[in-house]
Ligand binder design. Structure first.
Ligand code: SF4
Length: 464
């Protein structure tokens, strides 16, 4: 169903402005509803068929599926567009590392530690993995259950249980039922038994088939029975990536055309890649495969290699794909320290576009220079754009300096501005009464620039 405007949603609300929800007016509620900031049931006045109708119209073309419970729960799917720039993607794809019952206990614990502890900071955001895909590779019930128990004792995040054997799945679910794991997978052969298990344990179910007609038939049967916590796995062929991408595109387009059988999040598993003889290139090849899928609407990826460089690359890409294109990434406008600045150290100014701030701070830090870095509010625009758009002016620089009280931090009255800002140097001097030094256009040159032009001292980084 096409995305409804706030006005269309408002028409479905009681329009009493009673204020019993989180908002003061129904229109404010409708606007938040459109951005998924509230749920239909948060309107205290809506009941019965009217609530049902509202829920129906706000259900995204790709349904949301919640895996896990309480604070460990993650939501996948819930998407409304093919191209991110048409709106945004709402729920980042879950990334789960493979653990199998063929691994020894030490390896299992080390992989669990990796998922639990690995984190990577990029432009102020902490990027992490989401959980594990626990595979029964032996088809040995006792062995798998032993692995399941080890995992449950040492790990509390998202779990996906993988076996095509319903009897083994039933026993594993008995151990993990409180965590609401993802059941992987129902196929044409075990569909009846696996769907019964999904109902019995109230767990989401992955449907696997390389044939889209078969997938459609299985999801239709489940939906008709009222079960919609479904994840689709159309398979992953390493030797035919174009067909994989093709299928992923077909599935997203079908969901957006309101074809109910395909209105579910899609997953892929690249775990089988470890069986190919790719030697040292295997992790790189897997990272490339994951990248292709992340760019083509996948909501969950099970993977095998946990080399830092490959995980870092895929998590960074995921962050970029799921960033909201309508909102510039920003840093809080305030004065930051780099190194150990004192009253003689230079004062630099830049915009609050996050990428600019992290580039400038990183370049000065790696040049081993101490400084005060004043980040001014340019509404998330980079320096040149802010300058052209009137968000970085002499008066605004003066205002940022006053707000930060930078004059109390240093004895000198010298400000280093980015190279692009040189054209308004005179206006800044008039507004601030400070001497303006025009720095390089590229922050990579700040180290050399300051060593050559800064005469007041305070550049060195002191050891504490
Ligand atoms: S509870 Fe419902 S009727 Fe009352 S203000 Fe909120 S949206 Fe409007």
């Amino acid at each position: 169903m096409a995305r409804l405007s706030a006005l269309q949603l408002y028409k479905l609300l009681p329009k009493t402005n009673c204020g019993e929800c989180t908002e003061k007016t129904c229109m404010a509620f409708a606007m938040k509803l459109m951005e998924r900031g509230v749920k239909a049931e948060h309107c205290m006045q809506l009941k019965g068929d009217k609530l049902k109708k509202l829920r129906e119209v706000i259900t995204p073309p790709v349904r949301e599926v919640v895996i896990g419970k309480d604070e460990q729960a993650i939501t996948i799917g819930g998407e409304e567009v093919i191209y991110r720039h048409d709106l945004k993607f709402f729920n980042p794809a879950a990334m789960v590392l493979d653990i199998s019952d063929t691994m020894d206990e030490k390896t299992i614990k080390s992989r669990l530690d990796f998922v639990r502890n690995y984190k990577y900071e990029r432009v102020g955001k902490i990027l992490r993995l989401d959980g594990i895909c626990l595979r029964c590779a032996t088809n040995d019930k006792e062995k798998f259950l032993k692995t399941v128990k080890t995992v449950c004792q040492n790990f509390d995040k998202f779990i996906m249980l993988c076996t095509l054997n319903p009897e083994i799945m039933d026993a594993a679910l008995e151990i993990t039922k409180d965590r609401r794991p993802l059941i992987y997978a129902a196929t044409n052969e075990n569909f009846k038994e696996m769907s019964e298990l999904a109902g019995k344990y109230n767990c989401p179910l992955a449907i696997h088939s390389e044939n889209l007609d078969e997938i459609g038939s299985m999801t239709k049967t489940l939906s008709n029975a009222g079960f919609t916590d479904i994840v689709i796995d159309p398979g992953f062929d390493f030797e035919n990536l174009s067909s994989v991408i093709n299928k992923l595109e077909i599935l997203r387009k079908a969901a957006l055309k309101d074809i109910k059988e395909f209105s579910f999040p899609v997953m892929v598993s690249t775990v089988g890649l470890k069986n190919l003889n790719l030697g040292e290139n295997a992790a790189v090849f897997e990272a490339l495969s994951i990248s292709l899928c992340l760019n083509r609407f996948v909501s969950l990826i099970a993977f095998h290699f946990n080399e830092i460089y490959s995980v870092m690359e895929t998590l960074t890409l995921r962050m970029n794909v799921y960033a909201d294109p309508r909102v510039n990434p920003t840093t809080e406008p305030k004065i930051y320290t780099v190194g150990t600045p004192d009253e003689n150290s230079p004062v630099l100014i830049t915009s609050n576009f996050a990428l600019t701030y992290f580039a400038v701070a990183g370049d000065v830090e790696s040049a081993k220079i101490s400084c005060w870095l004043l980040v001014m509010d340019t509404e998330g625009l980079a320096v040149l754009v802010a300058l052209a758009g009137g968000k970085l002016t002499a008066d605004k620089i003066k205002e940022a300096m006053d707000n930060s009280k930078v004059e109390n931090l240093v004895k000198h009255r010298k400000l280093v501005v980015p190279g692009y800002v040189g054209r308004i140097k005179g206006a800044i001097e008039d507004a601030t009464k400070w001497e303006i030094l025009v720095g390089p256009q590229d922050s990579g040159g700040l180290g050399d620039f300051l060593r050559k032009n800064w005469t007041g001292g305070g550049l060195e980084v002191k050891t504490k």
